[in-house]
Design a protein around this ligand. Structure first.
Ligand code: SF4
Length: 359
């Protein structure tokens, strides 16, 4: 295809400087691609640097305990990505002698690796001609060829087939990255910067002036709001914390006892629900803060209350519940907004001169 060469030449002159750019180690490419899912490039840079200082090679990550892996991920969100990465790396260590396999079928079989990530790893690390179609590439190709699809998946599939036919045998990884960079810097959402575009002469939507019609708009997803109360219960400088279930949202992370409430639910109902959850009789005290946390399909609105234990009881076997001294907070992985509560609580209560742990 005629635009392949101009695009590669533009990439050679203009590629973004990224910490993982030029990397041929499949493990490092794997980590960067997983971190970049649903996270901005700027935010990932620091995390990637810290991660590589602690887990510079695949065996380092495979040998690390899960809790530590999650701690290095803390703040990036979508923790199932970190868990899958860690499990995948352990699988590579156990079944492939620590070398990431170079076949599409084997890479796709690893946890957390979808079509895009497999394409990125195989094309960049191993120069395999496999497309890596992310949102940027969808935007570029759908504008280049004025493409729509019956669904997002159908459009992506159509584009993957086209990209596969255009990938140059000698530089497939660079071609995939050139498309990503073009989508991230010039063929941007909203108003693209067509004047500077290296493939403008080949772009159908530019010729027709219809760039902003592509890709077709996504239907808005409905976000459900859930109202919650989190109880900060302290006893002799330790706080009652619970672990979330091993499956589902923020799986396995620690939180202050939290209950869902009906709109307008009264304090007595909340106290009873917290009591059932923790095995203690509890009285809600003054509000410490309000927090909002937004997931892709859910919005948590959390009222955080200081609470007192009126009658101590046995800790329940499920969910896992512990009294935790604030000095131990840095060792725990807190669920999303609970990290902020822990930070506030730790900062408020530390005696003068005490060293504050970094959460
Ligand atoms: S000409 Fe404009 S719309 Fe077409 S690929 Fe380039 S930046 Fe995108």
């Amino acid at each position: 295809m005629e635009f392949v060469q101009p695009l590669l030449e533009w990439y050679d002159r203009n590629k973004r400087e990224l910490p993982w750019r030029g990397e041929k180690d499949p493990y490092r490419i794997w980590v960067s691609e997983i971190m970049l899912q649903q996270t901005r490039v700027e935010a990932v840079k620091d995390y990637y640097g810290r991660w590589m200082s602690r887990f510079p090679s695949l065996p380092d990550l495979a040998a690390a305990p899960e809790e530590e892996v999650l701690r290095y991920w803390q703040g990036l969100g979508y923790y199932s990505r970190a868990r899958n990465l860690w499990q995948g790396v352990r699988e590579v260590a156990a079944s492939y002698g620590g070398k990431v396999p170079d076949s599409e079928a084997a890479v796709r079989a690893l946890p957390g690796i979808g079509e895009y990530t497999a394409g990125a790893i195989l094309s960049i690390a191993y120069d395999r001609p496999v497309p890596a179609v992310d949102g940027n590439v969808v935007r570029v190709y759908s504008r280049l060829f004025c493409l729509a699809g019956e669904s997002e998946t159908a459009l992506k599939r159509k584009i993957a087939a086209l990209v596969a036919g255009h990938l140059p045998q000698e530089r497939p990884g660079d071609y995939n990255q050139a498309l990503m960079d073009l989508g991230a810097t010039l063929c941007i959402p909203g108003k693209p910067r067509c004047d500077e575009c290296p493939v403008r002469d080949f772009c159908r939507s530019f010729a027709r002036g219809t760039q902003q019609e592509f890709p077709p708009k996504k239907k808005k997803s409905t976000v459900k709001t859930v109202e919650l109360v989190a109880a900060v219960i302290e006893r002799h400088g330790a706080f009652l914390l619970q672990r979330r279930p091993a499956q589902g949202l923020l799986a396995g992370m620690w939180e202050f006892p939290t209950v869902e409430i009906e709109t307008g639910g009264d304090a007595a109902a909340v106290e009873s629900a917290v009591g059932t959850r923790t095995g203690q009789q509890v009285r809600l005290g003054p509000k410490l803060m309000d927090l909002v946390h937004i997931f892709s399909h859910r919005r948590w609105e959390i009222a955080v209350h200081h609470s007192t234990m009126t009658v101590p009881g046995d800790l329940p076997p499920e969910p896992e519940t512990r009294w935790v001294n604030r000095k131990e907070f840095p060792q725990l992985v807190f669920a999303g907004p609970h990290r902020k509560i822990a930070k506030t609580v730790a900062a408020q209560e530390l005696p003068d001169g005490a060293v504050r742990g970094k959460l």
